[in-house]
Design a protein around this ligand. Structure first.
Ligand SMILES: [Zn+2]
Length: 341
């Protein structure tokens, strides 16, 4: 178990996957498949926009039809791409934090746990130093829920619920997360450029929600690691930490992390085109609620027993996002509170 994690944490272990041509950047530049970021359903406004991008957060008109994306990393379940996106998203989140949290959290190691069937993310301390772990299983589910949702938005289907039912039916402890069968999508729709752009955007928003939440556990002093230098940790240190009991469930801490985490997502995503919103967060919560329903109401993944019910978290996310926008992007100050244990 630990060996698998160590392998995942050693940079060279995933180097090959990281060298497959996808840059750890946002979608504002690069090749044709990544540079077009208009992700809403087809917009009837055909007017070409000769102006350079402005700070206006409203989505711009969708450009002319684009060629199919035949090699999308989400469509082909590319774990290396998902890890790259997670690292890039985390860097954006940290950069958007106010001081002194930004300095305290930089750099913070993010480890990947590749044990099959593990669907989880957590923040913890080792030797008084902060780190975070995300499992490949959770990232795969986030990528596939983004794929399904983007398909539903574009083509009016119900792939998201079908994928949730597939996971609820097929998930087994210690086994890889079930994948949609090859006939789950029509190839032409699965490769549609607008739909692919939308799924990449939703994936980034979803990763940002999970990582922003875990990051908040650190700078809100839930883990006791604020202000420590994490650079001295070795992969073995972090691997060992996976066997340590994750802090007990604490609803107040969890909801505070959701509140600060989503505001961090919005701040980090403000310069993106289109800007990050809370859609990826709400998608993640909705999906796991749907899985729970389809599974008969029981807990299927470990993280469900360490986090509040999605019905409790959704209004917190929505309210925090609306407050952030209404106040012109003023995030809540980080208050010095006694540790809640
Ligand atoms: Zn949490």
């Amino acid at each position: 178990m630990v060996g698998a994690l160590v392998g995942a944490l050693v940079p060279s272990a995933c180097k090959k996957e990281e060298d497959d041509g996808f840059e750890p950047v946002d979608f504002s530049g690069g090749d044709e498949t990544k540079s077009k970021t208009k992700t809403k359903k087809a917009d009837p406004e055909p007017t070409p926009d000769p102006e350079p991008p402005t700070p206006d957060p409203k989505p711009a008109p969708t450009p002319a039809p684009r060629r199919p994306v035949t090699d999308d990393p989400i469509n082909r379940h590319d774990t290396g791409y998902l890890r790259q996106r997670a690292q890039a998203v985390l860097a954006d989140l940290v950069a958007a934090l106010p001081e002194p949290q930004r300095s305290q959290m930089r750099p913070i190691p993010l480890g990947f746990d590749n044990r099959p069937g593990e669907v989880n993310a957590f923040a913890a301390c080792v030797k008084g130093r902060a780190f975070m772990v995300m499992t490949d299983g959770l990232m795969e589910i986030q990528a596939q829920m983004a794929r399904a949702r983007a398909h539903d938005e574009r083509f009016g289907t119900e792939k998201l619920d079908a994928y949730a039912a597939l996971v609820a039916r097929g998930q087994r402890r210690g086994q890889a997360v079930p994948r949609p069968p090859s006939n789950f999508y029509e190839t032409a729709k699965d490769q549609d450029a607008n739909k692919v752009a939308r799924q990449r955007h939703l994936l980034d928003e979803g990763l940002a929600f999970v990582l922003g939440h875990e990051l908040a556990h650190h700078y809100l002093s839930h883990t006791g690691c604020v202000g420590t230098d994490a650079t001295a940790l070795t992969p073995a240190d972090i691997a060992r930490a996976v066997t340590i009991k994750v802090p007990a469930f604490n609803q107040a801490n969890e909801l505070a992390s959701d509140l600060y985490g989503i505001q961090n997502v919005l701040a980090a995503g403000r310069p993106k085109r289109p800007a990050w919103r809370e859609d990826g967060a709400l998608l993640t919560l909705r999906f796991f609620l749907e899985v729970r329903r389809a599974h008969g109401g029981g807990v299927l993944f470990d993280f469900e027993s360490t986090h509040p019910h999605p019905d409790v978290r959704r209004p917190v996310v929505t309210q925090a996002a609306e407050t952030w926008r209404r106040t012109g992007g003023q995030a809540l100050p980080v208050l010095k509170l006694p540790k809640l244990r």
